[in-house]
Design a protein around this ligand. Structure first.
Ligand SMILES: *[C@@H]1O[C@H](CO)[C@@H](O)[C@H](O)[C@H]1NC(C)=O
Ligand SMILES: *[C@@H]1O[C@H](CO)[C@@H](O)[C@H](O)[C@H]1NC(C)=O
Length: 417
């Protein structure tokens, strides 16, 4: 049997799972693992979500398999842990599951798609005694707007149902005492072939404002933090954390890097949710923030848009005044309409014209609300010796992302004269 681990990557097909797969089984070097299985709700043939060219190629590799499964149910979760014939049991689990959309506000939805899968997957992994269980979690907490970047030990309130149930999932997982759990709380993910999230739509606004020939004005102070992380660094950090956990074990890892995974939910809402530990139980698990070195703020975004697209950017503009007089929803509809019209023109005048692209610059209400993503990323470097490959969020990294879409023919090539 191979001495390399066999790994299971659950969920995350729209976020970091594809980059993680490419990191573990690179095009141009030896694979780090003996086998990798992806499991998510999407079909990959034909694809029901955007995959990008490299991942599509990766799926043809003989040490890779993909299972489409409903991870909100116990049966399919158990089944995906059974390795293919002749393959050793999965020893590293990368849990990238959960409902990431901030705009979905139904509590039941987040329970079903975030808390429940974490419980089933964590329980199965604990039962099978896996060597490492890496859970990634998004930055949806009410972080300080300007002054503080939060440490892992800070008690910060999760934001909205999305953040609340991701946080609850951490408690559910931390409550399995023998699970070799390590948690990575990442910044806003961007990178090649990543179409979801906040960074890519914001970047596309560069094209939109170029087309509109208008200054792009952000609503909030330039100092509000929108801390970022390149998807390839998320992949590398997942691997580093798994290797560390496999040789360290949960008990020792808790001593070195354990944090109090505090209760931050409504007691009435958790009472009947499967797997949720008693709010009074104190739970500890190793937790690491993961952001790049740029300490990205709205000003950084503005500056990147200026450098990449040549548009003017500013703060507290027209939008701000408009919003002050309107409800967010109404303002958003108006903004949306302007953006969609411009985007349609861009696709039509692109060379060649684009009929279909997974890219879209539509704003959701939460993007207009005052919020921040402010974290301190020192701990993972210190304890895991982790080194970022993309420490800088700037024009070069964003051009790299644009090139990935160009490679796949989904980026609108437009010349403005
Ligand atoms: C997955 O299972 C849940 C729970 O039974 C169900 O509500 C949901 O519709 C299923 N999803 C799909 C895509 O079949
Ligand atoms: C903005 O546009 C997108 C795409 O058409 C749509 O899904 C969304 O609901 C719109 N939001 C508002 C508030 O109109």
């Amino acid at each position: 049997m191979s001495s390399k681990p066999s790994v299971l990557i659950l969920g995350g097909l729209t976020t970091a799972a594809r980059a993680l797969g490419q990191f573990l089984v690179p095009d141009d070097a030896e694979a780090l693992v003996s086998h990798v299985r992806f499991v998510d709700k999407y079909s990959v043939a034909p694809p029901t979500t955007y995959l990008g060219p490299r991942f599509t190629a990766l799926l043809k590799n003989s040490i890779v398999d993909y299972q489409q499964a409903n991870l909100t149910k116990e049966g399919p979760v158990q089944k995906c842990f059974d390795p293919p014939e002749g393959i050793q049991p999965f020893s590293y689990i990368f849990d990238l599951t959960g409902q990431v959309h901030i705009s979905r506000t139904s509590v039941d939805l987040h329970i079903e798609q975030t808390a429940t899968p974490a419980f089933f997957i964590g329980r199965e992994a604990a039962k099978r005694g896996v060597k490492a269980y890496v859970r990634i979690t998004p930055p949806y907490y009410q972080t300080a707007l300007e002054k503080t970047a939060h440490q892992e030990s800070d008690v910060i309130k999760p934001s909205e149902p999305v953040g609340t149930w991701y946080h609850e999932a951490l408690r559910i997982l931390a409550n399995f005492p023998d699970l070799n759990l390590v948690i990575i709380r990442h910044g806003l993910i961007y990178g090649p072939w990543v179409v979801s999230g906040i960074v890519t739509p914001l970047m596309l606004l560069g094209l939109v404002y170029k087309e509109l020939d208008e200054e792009f004005k952000s609503l909030w102070s330039p100092y509000v933090r929108f801390n970022t992380i390149h998807v390839d660094d998320v992949a590398a950090a997942c691997w580093t954390a798994a290797e560390w956990m496999a040789k360290t074990g949960r008990a020792e890892a808790n001593k070195v890097a354990g944090e109090n995974i505090y209760f931050a939910n409504d007691k009435n809402k958790v009472a009947n949710v499967q797997g949720v530990p008693d709010p009074k139980i104190e739970l500890t698990a190793p937790l690491f923030n993961l952001i790049d070195d740029t300490d990205t703020t709205l000003q950084t975004f503005g500056s990147v848009l200026t450098q990449v697209f040549g548009i003017k950017t500013g703060f507290h503009g027209l939008l701000h005044n408009t919003l002050a007089q309107m409800k967010t929803e109404e303002a958003l509809e108006e903004i949306n309409e302007t953006h969609i019209e411009a985007w349609t023109r861009i696709l039509a005048k692109a060379n060649p014209p684009l009929q279909r692209t997974p890219l879209n610059p539509y704003m959701e209400a939460y993007m207009l609300e005052k919020r921040s993503f402010a974290y301190n990323g020192a701990k993972i470097k210190k304890i895991l010796n982790f080194q970022l490959k993309y420490p800088t969020f700037g024009p070069d990294t964003i051009k790299g992302v644009i090139d990935s879409f160009k490679e796949d023919g989904v980026w609108p090539n437009v010349q403005w004269n």
